[in-house]
Write a protein that binds this ligand. Sequence first.
Ligand code: IMP
Ligand code: MG
Length: 194
Amino acid sequence: MSHLNSVYLLIILKKDRIMIELHDRQFIPYISASEIDCAIAKMAEQIQNDFKDEIPVFIGVLNGSFMVLTDFLKKYKPLCEVSFITLSSYEGLNSTQNVKQIIGLNHDLTGKSVVVIEDIIDTGSTLETLFEIFSKQNLKQLKFASLFFKPEVFKKMLQVDYIGIEIPDTFIVGYGLDYNGLGRNLPEIYQLKN
Ligand code: IMP
Ligand code: MG
C-alpha cells in the first residue's frame, strides 16, 4: 500500500470513529466548534452596532438556546439584561407545528428593546408563537436572532433579523440541539446520517 493510500485509510477510520449514535440514529460531523464561534462573534458584533444607545434584553428560548446564549453573552460587551422563556415544538425528528409554552416570561418588558435568541429556526412555528407572545408586551422594539436557519423549510412571513449559519433541510444535533433529549452537550454540530 502506498503512503497516500494509508493516509486516506487513516482519515476514513478516524471519521468512522467520530460518528455518533443517539437512540436509534447515527450522526456525522457537520459544523465545527470554530465555525460556530465565528458565526456567534459576527452576530454579537452586528447586534452591538445596532443597539449602541440601548440596554437590550436578550431572551433565550429554552431548552435549545442555552449554549448559543451563553457564548453570545460572553462576546457581547455593553450593558444588557437577560431572561428566558421555555417553548417546545419538536418530537423526535419533526416539528409538530403545535408549539407549547412550558415556562412563560417572568420579566416586565414594557418599553424595552428585546432580542430573542434562538438556536434554530425550521418551519417558523416557534418564531410565530414568540412573535405573538412578545407583541402583547408593549415593547420599544422586537428583533429575532438565530444561530441556525433552514431557508428551504421556513414558511412564515416574519423577518429573522440576525442569522448565524444557513443550512439545508437536514436534521442536526449538538450545541444545545437534541434528538429526543440526547446530544445537547456536544460542542459541535452533527448531521443525521441517512
Ligand atoms: P420550528 O418551530 O419548526 O421553527 O422549530 C424550531 C424548534 O424545533 C427549534 O427551537 C428546535 O428546538 C427544534 N428543531 C428544529 N430543527 C431542528 C434540528 O435540526 N435539530 C434539532 N432540533 C430542531
Ligand atoms: Mg429553539
